[in-house]
Design a protein around this ligand. Structure first.
Ligand code: SF4
Length: 89
């Protein structure tokens, strides 16, 4: 699982830190997202995907390999595309 954060997009809403506190935190100035764990164990995958989905600004992108095709599935924000990419734009 690859996790990318975009601190410029982050609104400081804190949904990520509430949803996956082992992986995400917020800084003390503005509450922008911090990535605590760049290589989390598989047991945290669901919480991380939920955090990316819950983020109102699309500041979290999660990419996971799809075993069937080998192509990565990307999740970010609230919308689902046919290619299994989630994007809030
Ligand atoms: S949920 Fe999104 S907007 Fe809110 S702190 Fe986390 S990354 Fe930033």
């Amino acid at each position: 699982m690859e996790i990318r954060i975009d601190r410029e997009r982050c609104l400081g809403a804190g949904m990520c830190a509430l949803t996956a506190p082992e992986v995400f935190d917020q800084d003390t100035e503005g509450g922008r997202v911090l990535l605590l764990d760049t290589d989390p164990p598989p047991a945290r995958s669901l919480a991380i995907r939920r955090a990316a989905y819950a983020c109102p600004s699309g500041a979290i992108t999660v990419t996971e390999p799809r075993p069937a095709s080998g192509e990565p599935a990307e999740l970010r924000g609230h919308h689902i595309r046919a290619s299994e990419t989630f994007d809030c734009q």
